[in-house]
Design a binder for this molecule. Sequence first.
Ligand code: FPP
Length: 284
Amino acid sequence: MKDLLEALAPGSDELALARAIDSGRIPAHIAIIMDGNGRWARQRNLPRVAGHKQGVPAVRATVETCARLGVGALTLYAFSVENWKRPRIEVDTLWRLLRVYLRAELALMMRHDIRFTAIGRLEALPAPVRTELDLVTRRTSGNRGLRLNLAINYGGRAELVDAVKALVKEARNGEVEVTEQAISARLYTAGQPDPDLLIRTSGEMRISNFLLWQIAYAELYVTETLWPDFTRVELLRAILDYQKRDRRYGGLGSSDVPSSAGAVLPGGDPAREPMSQPVSLPAR
Ligand code: FPP
């Protein structure tokens, strides 16, 4: 957080927003559906790929800001399992942009102690893309700051299928208890906290097969801003909005909890979910 405050210009909107953020409640994990590149290009009579190209600086600013803020993990949806249906030229441009991005950003990742991982069915990607992904993954593997997950050829259902296949395979070799933890441990994001905040740009009210399991309790933030126009200011606003939310996880809101709080709800499983605070029932 201190790192971000030092990087912002005195008197800027960014600095005012950053100062309003509660450094004790920074989301442990932010997930972003980067949408609207095509519309951004269409509004300017440009080819769709121009929108993707213009989306790269927004990726850079978002990654750097999250690293400076002390966010634990950031997952960006770069290419879905359904995106292969797009014209060949668009798909090829996305691979080219990704390779250029990875090569150019390695220095920034090292400078900010960012650990990079790609998640998705990576075996289907073109070999030069895989080579670049492997290189950046290896070079940043010792970093301990922001965990940057890039979701590529990613689908939430595909991820669950892969997790269940792994569980079934292990079950054949011995006992495996099917629990929520066992499934989480076989997802691409194993070992990472679930997203606290899911941001979607360009105004669509959809999840689009993104992190279906992991976003069970995420707070949603949808902005009309198209991805190439997504700035640091917008990211800080999303985090501030998140910090105003009353996260209940199926329990009671903080204003509904009597001061004699302490017990859990009958029938509730206290181990199942992180309750925002202990909940007691009012006396009858
Ligand atoms: C969605 O916009 C965006 C994508 C499918 C790709 C995201 C890619 C980038 C942000 C640029 C490159 C990324 C990296 C990590 C270097 P859309 O094309 O679906 O927009 P539309 O809904 O307006 O058509």
